[in-house]
Design a protein around this ligand. Structure first.
Ligand code: ASP
Ligand code: MG
Length: 628
């Protein structure tokens, strides 16, 4: 007998017939010998309709009253499903978030879950009932007991949190698509269904996956090791299995807010090669990394900051023993890239640095929490550590520092994020995936319907999915002092204003102004935050003597993600070559171990997505037609 949580989205319960169809599936699952908790969204477009009503009455509706209003949608669907089950003579009971005891923060319209009481659910399950829970909602602690909601799409989060609290065998998310696809099918009709994906890959694909699965739900799944299945409500097809590493023991208290960082990693076996003043035109990155890939040199971080005049700097790190080969390639290529009027020598300059180290904070819980990266930078600043390169992704922030500072940095970070040394290294990716697989297979024999057995530990293609994000804007601040504390100050300010930052890139080129060495820092933020961030930073720049603040809104970010790209040379080269072949200029590059992101002009976004998806063979056998 398995304990299963099933979640049905709005379309799946959009009409009486569909609710009856859901009841049939629930009934069958129970008859197969399982205990079942069902979490529902509101019917169809109910939530949109309620929001529209509110805006007809008020331009800026009170957030508490919004929660009162929006939480009614789910109350309708749960009551109806419970009745439909009773019609099938299946005992069932519907419960609101408050009745279950889903306790949240007192943040109306975007509350995070703190704690879930399980007694009542267990009692009803033991009575042989199906428990039908309203998704998306919770209640604050006493004495107020205020109704809260979790933010749009939040019933995914409710369902996985309930599965974690109940220690359910797995959680199924039923939706109107067949599962998670390799990219957005509206932009690339040849997108393929994935059989499986790791939760870290899923998080890195947040901008792609968010439409199918709320990123907060994936964070909970990863942190508590909940196997997740995303599948279609209309068929019996297996869908996509989201695999998580075996969970480390973790308290269920403060479920969504505790421990957004669960590891501090470091690597002292790194060296950096930077190419300064390469021409800002399509094909340069492709050429450089193509040559490097041909020598089978594995690149770790790649960073290209925004252009300065008509040139760019590209920097990358390699393991120390590959430095000579990487440097040779860079030096051979530099003169061929074309002479630039901006350089004294007329060619790009190659700069090599040994004695560097990479320190990273890792964890599922950084998305939408700007304070986490800011805390890392502040911790390094307090320890007197200067940051030479920054690279961020959804589950990791990495800083390249002087290797002499490494021990001090790691010690300070572990203290700041309360990481026990014993935990370090246990959750390495790749290994983590094996844990998840073991977990799934060991329990699958007793499950009905069984979870699909994960196909392989490593996908065939090094790239699992490709995402396009058109909702970001790029901000750059010129001439920031290159000394400890600058990044801390900058990103601390953004965090104070609750502005989440996505890619962060520090330029390689260093100029001396007023006898202070200075660099540019560029980063991306959500479009809606861009103007506020710009104004706020312009003020700060005036106050602290920073340079100009530049905003560019017409950008697109395209990312490839795959756990198997680790230690596989050539992935970045292939991505850059695909863009070069179509004359798409790369404005910024940032990478993590399992992700490579490029910022391109917004008008090239869709085409960039299509050609990259195609270049990695994700479109299957059919070739896609890309319009010129
Ligand atoms: N009904 C809510 C919404 O539409 C929550 C959900 O469906 O997940 O956002
Ligand atoms: Mg949804």
């Amino acid at each position: 007998m398995a304990l299963i949580v099933q979640k049905y989205g709005g379309t799946s319960v959009g009409s009486v017939e569909r609710i009856q169809a859901v009841a049939q599936r629930v009934y069958k699952t129970v008859k197969a010998g399982n205990l079942l908790v069902v979490v529902l969204s509101a019917m169809g477009k109910t939530t949109d309709g309620l929001i529209k009503l509110a805006h007809e009455i008020s331009k800026n509706p009170n957030r508490r009253e919004m929660d009162m209003l929006l939480s009614t949608g789910e109350q309708i669907s749960i009551a109806l499903l419970s009745m439909a089950l009773q019609e099938l003579e299946q005992p069932a009971i519907s419960l609101t978030g408050a009745q279950v005891g889903i306790v949240t923060e007192a943040e109306h319209t975007r509350a995070r879950i703190l704690d879930i009481a399980t007694e009542r659910i267990h009692r009803h399950l033991n009575e042989g009932k199906v428990v039908v829970v309203a998704g998306f909602q919770g209640i604050t602690n006493s004495p107020e007991w205020e109704i809260t909601t979790l933010g749009r799409g939040g019933s995914d989060t409710s369902s996985v949190a309930i599965a974690a609290a109940l220690r359910a065998n797995y959680c199924e998310i039923y939706t109107d698509v067949p599962g998670i696809l390799t990219t957005d099918p509206r932009l690339v009709p040849e997108a393929q269904l994935m059989d499986e994906i790791t939760s870290d890959e899923m998080l890195e694909l947040a901008s792609l996956g968010a439409k199918v699965l709320h990123p907060r739900a994936v964070e909970i799944a990863r942190n508590y090791g909940v196997p997740l299945l995303v599948r279609s409500s209309w068929t019996d097809d297996p869908g996509t299995l989201v695999i998580s590493p075996l969970p480390q023991p973790r308290s269920l208290i403060n479920l969504e807010i505790a421990g957004s960082v669960d590891d501090v990693e470091f690597d002292t076996d790194q060296a950096r090669v930077a190419l300064l003043r390469v021409p800002d035109r399509p094909g340069v990155a492709a050429r450089l990394f193509g040559e490097i890939a041909r020598l089978d040199v594995d690149i770790d971080l790649i960073i290209q900051s925004i252009h300065e005049g008509n040139t760019n700097d590209i920097a990358f790190t390699v393991s120390s023993d590959s430095l000579n080969r990487a440097e040779a390639v860079a030096s051979a290529i530099a003169p061929v890239l074309g002479s630039q009027p901006t350089t004294a020598t007329g060619v790009a300059e190659v700069m090599v640095q040994q004695n560097i180290a990479k320190v990273s904070i890792v964890g599922a819980g950084m998305i939408g929490r700007p304070g986490v990266a800011a805390k890392m930078f502040a911790t390094l600043a307090e320890a007197g550590v200067n940051i030479q390169m920054i690279s961020t992704s959804e589950v990791k922030v990495s800083c390249v520092i002087d290797s002499l500072d490494c021990d001090r940095a790691v010690f300070a970070l572990r203290q700041a994020f309360e990481i026990e040394v014993a935990g370090v290294g246990n959750r390495e990716w790749g290994v983590g995936g094996v844990g998840g697989v073991g977990e799934v297979t060991s329990s699958s024999s007793s499950l009905s319907p069984p979870l699909p057995t994960p196909h392989s530990l490593l996908p065939v293609s090094p790239v699992r999915g490709v995402a396009l994000d058109m909702h970001q804007a790029r901000l750059a601040i010129r001439q920031l002092p290159d000394r400890p504390g600058t990044a801390a100050k900058l990103f601390g300010l953004l965090a104070q204003h609750n502005i989440s930052v996505d890619m962060i890139i520090q330029s390689q080129r260093c100029g001396v102004i007023d006898s202070v060495p200075r660099r540019d820092i560029a980063f991306t933020v959500a479009c809606i935050d861009a103007e506020e961030a710009k104004d706020m930073l312009a003020q700060a720049a005036a106050e602290f003597g920073w340079g100009e603040v530049v905003l560019e809104a017409a950008i697109a970010k395209v990312s490839v993600v795959g756990a198997a790209m680790v230690k596989q040379p050539g992935v970045a080269a292939k991505m850059f070559e695909a863009l070069a072949k179509h004359q798409i200029n790369i404005q910024m590059i940032a990478t993590s171990e399992i992700k490579i992101s490029c910022v391109v002009a917004q008008e090239h976004g869709v085409k960039a997505l299509q050609v990259i998806h195609n270049a990695f063979g994700l479109a299957g056998s059919e070739k896609i037609q890309v319009s010129a």
